[in-house]
Design a protein around this ligand. Structure first.
Ligand code: SF4
Length: 90
């Protein structure tokens, strides 16, 4: 193997290691930040029953495919409600 090939491989390995060490923690921090952005159920005064016509099922923050909420932590029920309820038609 030529000396230039060895140097090229060494440089490429160094770049790969740098990308792995620098990129992975930033990805984890971004994931944690998005998790932290959610509010605990107690803080949002979540309840498993609707408040009149207002319920998770017709809230703009409800994610039906996963029964989760964009704003509140953990799973939520379609018939649930919290004080962060929002309507997309406002
Ligand atoms: S914001 Fe409140 S009412 Fe709306 S989906 Fe989330 S938990 Fe349900």
């Amino acid at each position: 193997m030529k000396k230039t090939d060895q140097m090229r491989r060494s440089v490429l390995k160094g770049i790969a290691v740098t990308v792995c060490y620098c990129g992975a923690p930033q990805l984890l921090i971004a994931q944690e930040a998005s998790k932290e952005a959610k509010v605990p159920k107690e803080q949002a005064k979540y309840q498993s029953s609707p408040n009149g016509e207002m319920r998770c099922g017709n809230c703009m923050h409800f994610l039906a495919d996963t029964s989760t909420c964009r704003l509140v932590e953990g799973p939520v029920e379609e018939s649930g409600y919290c004080t962060l309820w929002g309507s997309a038609t406002k």
